[in-house]
Design a protein. Structure first.
Length: 106
């Protein structure tokens, strides 16, 4: 896949977006722990920042992981497009003691 520049570009973009998405997802998990610790405290007025961080990192993770998935699909579909006009099998006439027929060679 690295020989085709267009496919390689999509694949690298997918990897980059996936990395950013997983970093944001990890930050979201950390902010969930932060939120849980704030909910256990006696002062409930301090929960706005952990809630905002959890939701914000969740949105960022969702956007980047979705983009990584789309670019990965584009890379695979672009790579497979080069095989659309090629036949992967052939029909061969054969004959044996049972008679004549066609065989498929892959």
């Amino acid at each position: 896949m690295t020989q085709n520049e267009e496919v390689d570009g999509y694949w690298k973009k997918s990897t980059r977006n996936g990395t950013i998405g997983y970093i944001a997802f990890t930050a979201q998990m950390a902010s969930i722990v932060w939120l849980a610790s704030e909910l256990n405290s006696e002062d409930n007025n301090t929960t706005l920042a952990p809630v905002a961080a959890t939701v914000g990192f969740g949105i960022i993770a969702g956007v980047f992981l979705n983009a990584a998935n789309k670019n990965g699909k584009r890379a695979i579909l672009t790579y497979n497009k080069q095989f659309d006009n090629k036949t992967t099998y052939s029909l061969l006439p054969i004959s044996n003691q049972n008679g004549l027929g066609l065989a498929i060679r892959f």
